[in-house]
Ligand binder design. Structure first.
Ligand SMILES: Cc1cc2nc3c(=O)[nH]c(=O)nc-3n(C[C@H](O)[C@H](O)[C@H](O)COP(=O)(O)OP(=O)(O)OC[C@H]3O[C@@H](n4cnc5c(N)ncnc54)[C@H](O)[C@@H]3O)c2cc1C
Length: 498
């Protein structure tokens, strides 16, 4: 069958854009469809973490976007009368050598992601095109596309990635069920543009655990500010967002009237949901199509970007290097348990914030206020390791360290979209290094990598092993004293099939 692309992507939201860009950067022919022409109009993601920033680095748009992002000093969780219950630190050192946590203004961010993806010559963006059917054959998938301009047509590609959001048609067509975490709360979102000079608003995000109306207050760059408020029993979203209630009643108690314009509003049911499978044959799910979580940790999109980085290099290897399709089987076991743990933490956090029973809320406040641990040690969110797979061996599954460095001088840029085999000294490597070099990996000693501060050398010493192997998605595959053993285990998944 003649194919129209190496990979077809359904949905040009942030996750579709990232995977299209990562594949386009590797020279793969990508066709990406979105049913809408314009950017998603409703208020959504505002926060990106260092893992997302690291992927933007790989895409080449990080340094263009950084001036438009706002450093997050941390999130305060407070009582209705603003006593601190606990804090989630924001301005901390990260393994990626990039800021831990930053806020963005979504239209600027989404537009840059789309521009970056579309800028790769092998990426074909087709807007106003809704995918309505997918039929899998032995060697590819035929998508039926409803093109608002030209009508119905069919497009064939060997692989399809559904990045088509919460109501994913790809997920439905693939017959993939979802698992629900039993959390469902309806919230209202107000994105404001503050007049100049802006009213004094806190520089950090605040989760106000007020049982009368739990809410989130969130700074965004360029005089943008967000309130997320829980819809209370007896209220309807339409009424609360309408002109009679929104400004005079809800917002008047939060921000001085006359100091802002409402840029946009939205209403969502925050839920925790994960697809039972992330792959069915030649169809993959990524982003909200694969998982949903309450936004209190700001991790929904970031998790989707991590899906994209995990899947992109594996697709490249199978398509360009004829690696066995079993390589693609590692996507689900690595990503699904990882994201399920984050969903669970987001749901746990949501239950703390969303308590509306005054007695339950009062007990929560008493318990936290009596807690003698430091404020940032009372609620924990850490990125889990990747789930177990043949590519996550001893010492593997966490992000490989990237020392802080100037644009262009960062470790990942030096490595390129490759594997890295790093050793304390050449003599530790043994003959297996030859196979890695032939397979296109970077093979280096700690003295050869760009690491003036010695961060990587210290990290490797701490692992207690002389060799570390990094995958193209910047995760550690293994730390080892025996490269040939690791090579023997991963080689069947990387070497050309047949
Ligand atoms: C209030 C709120 C705040 C949030 N804050 C954060 C945050 O701070 N940080 C964070 O990481 N996450 C946050 N999230 C989550 C984040 O917004 C989502 O995880 C993210 O938008 C998912 O991106 P996506 O590309 O997977 O899906 P989407 O953004 O939903 O994009 C899907 C795209 O697919 C298109 N599409 C759908 N069906 C079809 C079809 N059949 N054919 C063609 N195109 C189709 C749609 O038009 C859309 O453009 C928040 C969510 C909410 C609701």
């Amino acid at each position: 069958v003649e194919t129209d692309a190496d990979v077809a992507i359904v949905g040009f939201g942030p996750v579709g854009a990232v995977i299209a860009g990562l594949l386009g950067k590797r020279g793969l022919r990508v066709v990406i469809f979105d049913r809408h022409r314009g950017l998603y109009p409703l208020p959504r993601a505002a926060h990106i973490d260092h893992t997302g920033l690291r992927t933007l680095q790989e895409l080449g748009c990080l340094d263009r976007l950084l001036p438009h992002l706002l450093l997050n000093p941390g999130t305060d969780c407070v009582t209705a009368d603003r006593k601190l219950l606990f804090q989630i630190p924001g301005d901390v050192k990260t393994v990626s050598g990039l800021p831990a946590s930053m806020y963005f203004h979504q239209p600027t961010f989404d537009a840059e992601l789309r521009r970056t993806a579309a800028g790769f010559p092998s990426v074909d963006v087709q807007l106003g095109c809704e995918v309505v059917d997918a039929v899998e054959r032995a060697d590819g998938v035929t998508l039926t596309v409803e093109d608002a301009g030209t009508g119905r047509r069919q497009v064939t590609a060997p692989w399809v990635v559904g990045c088509d959001g919460a109501t994913s048609v790809v997920r439905q067509l693939a017959g993939i069920e979802t698992e629900d975490f039993g959390f469902a709360e309806q919230w209202l979102i107000f994105d404001l543009h503050l007049h100049d000079p802006p009213p004094p608003m806190p520089a950090q995000a605040i989760q106000v655990c007020d049982p009368r109306r739990p809410r989130t207050e969130l700074p965004m760059p360029d005089n943008h500010y967000r309130f997320e408020l829980m819809l209370m029993p007896g209220e309807t979203a339409d009424e609360q967002l309408g002109p009679d209630v929104a400004v005079p009643t809800i917002l008047a108690s939060l921000i001085p009237p006359g100091t802002f314009d409402i840029e946009r509003t939205g209403t969502y049911t925050f839920r925790g949901v994960v697809a039972r499978h992330f792959r069915a044959g030649r169809l993959f799910l990524a982003g909200d199509a694969a998982h949903l979580m309450p936004p209190f940790l700001g991790q929904g999109m970031n998790s989707g970007i991590r899906d994209a980085t995990n899947l992109a290099w594996k697709l490249e290897r199978v398509i360009c290097d004829n690696a066995p399709q079993a390589l693609l089987d590692t996507y689900e076991p690595e990503r699904r348990p990882h994201v399920a743990k984050i969903i669970q933490t987001a749901v746990d956090f949501g239950r703390i914030i969303c308590a509306t029973d005054p007695e339950v809320a009062a007990k929560r406040d008493r318990d936290y206020l009596a807690d003698t641990r430091p404020l940032d040690d009372r609620f924990h969110f850490r990125l889990p390791r990747l789930g177990a797979s043949p590519l996550v061996l001893d010492g593997g599954g966490t992000l490989f360290p990237q020392p802080q460095a100037a644009p262009g001088a960062r470790l990942d840029d030096w490595v390129g979209a490759n594997w890295l085999v790093l050793a304390s000294e050449r003599s530790a490597l043994g003959p297996a290094a030859g196979w890695w070099e032939a397979a296109g990996a970077r093979v280096a000693t700690v003295d050869e990598v760009p690491d003036p501060s010695g961060t990587i050398a210290r990290w490797l010493a701490r692992t207690g092993k002389p060799i570390a192997v990094m995958r193209p998605d910047r995760h550690v595959a293994a730390t080892t004293s025996d490269l040939s053993e690791v090579t023997q285990r991963v080689r069947p998944l990387l070497e050309a099939a047949g």
